[in-house]
Structure formats: structure tokens, C-alpha cells
Design a protein around this ligand. Structure first.
Ligand SMILES: [Zn+2]
Length: 265
């Protein structure tokens, strides 16, 4: 599933490639024909990302809301675009760039008030300035759930998915089944600091890289898939070489290193 870094990157790329001139909107698949017609030939005024939610404002009074979900994808093509490949819900044709959206969980026009309601239900977004970290800290302290589950709760912290949660907890040396309320202030601070840092790296690179350049011997931009993660979907810890353990936490499988992430602080 695309995590918040992909959505923030899309918001920037779509704005920079489609902003300015009127956009030709269509729904090759037909399922979003009315919505596409409503924004067709309007100028993209603004894009905004909150966690895993993307909003595009075409100045029509309604907002295009996209949630990619598990399999949704925005594909970038040159203009004029080739025939749509697969099932394309929405095609946005700009002067030099075309974006094809397929497989989203949500693709709809909503009112600004509905956008406000969605955003109000989301927790701190590490990729937004002024994120409400104090409320997030408070929610951690009051939670009775494992930290691994709380990190996936978009109403507490918005944008983290299954890869980042495993890697961030590894980097902080925190076992995913520890209660969120058991984190010390220092542990919480480090978790937040690393989250902001690594999600920014992910936004810049367009993929998740959590390993330290000093440890791997090359820069983050040049790491291969074998080198870019410590524990997620791995059999052996990228740092200590020990066997990786898995557990189901927050409804999804998580990978962790029992050696580098001991049971207690
Ligand atoms: Zn380890």
C-alpha cells in the first residue's frame, strides 16, 4: 500500500506538472465520467496531501479526493498519452504530462466541508509543518494498545503504513508489541524525529529507504532493494544478522528483530 510519502510526492508532482493550463479530464473506464466532466478543461489551482489522502482543487467549488488504498496507482505518462492501459478511472491530460489513475479506493468530488471533516479525523502528519505532536503524544500515553497497532491508526498519526512502522520501531529499538503508553518521553521523541526524517527521505526518493548510509557503504539514493530496509519482509536482520520474528499486530503482519528490539526498554 502506498504510504504517506508517496501521496505527498504525488501532490507535488501533479501540481508542478498540471498547474497553469486547463486540464483535459476523462474517465476511460467510465466509472467516474460525471466527475471527470465536472473538472474537464479547468485549471488545477492547488493540491494537498494529508496522510494517505490526496486532494486536488480545480476551482470548481468541489474538490477531487483520491485515496489509493491497497492497489491504487497514479501512472505518469507524456502528453499526448498512449491509449489507456488496464482500467483507468481518471485520466488528467496536461500540456506536457498525463496522469492515469487506476484502482483507487476513493475517487470522488467532495465539498470543502467534507474535506475539512476528513482532515479533522486524521492524526499528526509527519510530512506537514505544524503537525500536532502534542495530541499524538497524549493519544500514545492514553492508549491501551501495542505501539505497532497505534502507528497504523491514521486518527493518531497519519501516513505511516506497514513498511515504515516496522522500520521505525526497529530503528528506535522498540518491540512492536510493547504498549504505546509504556514509551518514555525520549523514546516518543526519537520515534517522531526518525519518522519525520525518513518519510522526508522517502518523499524525495519516491521509495522507502531506512538504512544508514554509513552502515551500508553507499548513499540512500544508490541503495539496492536488498540494502534499503532492516527488518521488513526479511528473514535476517540487516544490522545484527539474527533471525527476524513476525507477529500480527493491528491486523497486519509485522517484522522485527528480537535482538535489536528487546522486550522491555
Ligand atoms: Zn537485529
Amino acid at each position: 500500500m502506498p504510504e504517506g510519502h508517496i501521496i505527498h510526492r504525488l501532490a507535488r508532482e501533479i501540481r508542478s506538472t498540471l498547474g497553469g493550463a486547463p486540464v483535459l479530464a476523462s474517465s476511460p473506464q467510465g466509472r467516474f465520467a460525471d466527475g471527470a466532466a465536472a473538472i474537464d478543461r479547468h485549471r488545477l489551482v492547488r493540491t494537498d496531501a494529508w496522510g494517505k489522502y490526496l486532494f486536488c482543487d480545480f476551482g470548481t467549488g468541489e474538490i477531487l479526493h483520491v485515496h489509493l488504498g491497497l492497489i491504487g496507482k497514479f501512472r505518469r505518462r507524456a502528453t499526448p498519452p498512449p491509449d489507456p492501459v488496464g482500467v483507468v478511472r481518471l485520466r488528467l491530460v496536461g500540456q506536457g504530462t498525463t496522469w492515469d489513475l487506476s484502482g483507487p479506493t476513493r475517487c470522488e468530488l467532495i465539498t470543502p466541508e467534507e474535506q475539512d471533516r476528513i482532515v479533522a479525523g486524521l492524526g499528526a502528519d509527519p510530512l506537514r509543518r505544524g503537525a500536532d505532536v502534542a495530541t499524538m503524544r497524549d493519544r500514545f500515553a492514553r492508549s491501551g494498545r501495542p505501539v505497532g497497532a497505534v502507528l497504523l491508526d491514521q486518527s493518531i498519526v497519519a501516513g505511516i503504513g506497514n513498511v515504515y512502522r516496522a522500520e521505525l520501531l526497529f530503528l528506535c529499538g522498540i518491540r512492536p508489541d510493547r504498549a504505546a503508553a509504556s514509551l518514555t518521553d525520549d523514546e516518543f521523541d526519537e520515534l517522531w524525529r526518525r519518522t519525520v526524517e525518513l518519510m522526508r527521505v522517502g518523499t524525495r526518493l519516491g521509495r522507502i529507504v531506512t538504512t544508514e548510509p554509513d552502515e551500508i557503504g553507499r548513499s540512500r539514493g544508490r541503495m539496492g532493494d536488498e540494502d534499503r530496509l532492516y527488518v521488513y519482509h526479511r528473514e535476517h536482520c540487516r544490522r545484527c544478522g539474527g533471525p527476524i520474528a513476525t507477529a500480527e499486530i493491528g491486523g497486519r503482519q509485522i517484522w522485527y528483530c528480537p535482538t535489536c528490539q528487546p522486550a522491555t526498554a
